[in-house]
Design a binder for this molecule. Sequence first.
Ligand code: GAR
Length: 205
Amino acid sequence: MLEIVVCVSGGGTNLQAILDGIHKGTIANTKIKAVISNNKNAYALQRARENAIEEICISPRDFENRESFNKSFCETMRQLKPDLIVLAGFLVNIPKEMVEDFRGRIINIHPSLIPSFCGVGYYGLKVHEAALARGVKVSGATVHFVDEGTDTGPILLQKAVEVGEAVTPEALQRKIMEEAEWVILPQAIDEIAKGKILIGDNREE
Ligand code: GAR
């Protein structure tokens, strides 16, 4: 059984896609140990509650400084001991210590085709605003391992999406979620659970 912790900041539609995949069996042999959010009002936490999954809120705002937040966040994760950490719309930088503790065991969904529209400052709707401003005809989503950089880790899966009639950032975001994110994030977890994608110490560098 692959035990995962899902980290979220907002609506949690990617978390929902994971929950649906587990229920339908399109994600094999996987259990969500806990859902962690930096935002106590995140609707994603409601989704965890409805599914009787442990919910944990840990926000940098409740700590004196970043260092003490990072320490507490890392300690929480160490105690949970997941096989895999899934960042599903989590808008907090992962502390370096956590990357070291869980090397090759943290994956992230990013709403563009990396290396386009990624890195510092590119998150959520900002990614789609930039893609539309550049006039791209194709965008998409990427699942990648998390390393010390921002969106720099090895790529696991990508899916392209035609921009088509999506002329607003909101419309493009929705199209990319539906056609790519909710497909490749559950797929990546399923392939990891089945050993088709290797993680952690088993991973080829
Ligand atoms: C998703 O589009 C995800 O790709 C993006 O935030 C959104 C969260 O939506 N993540 C990033 O931008 C990370 N850099 P959700 O809460 O409905 O899953």
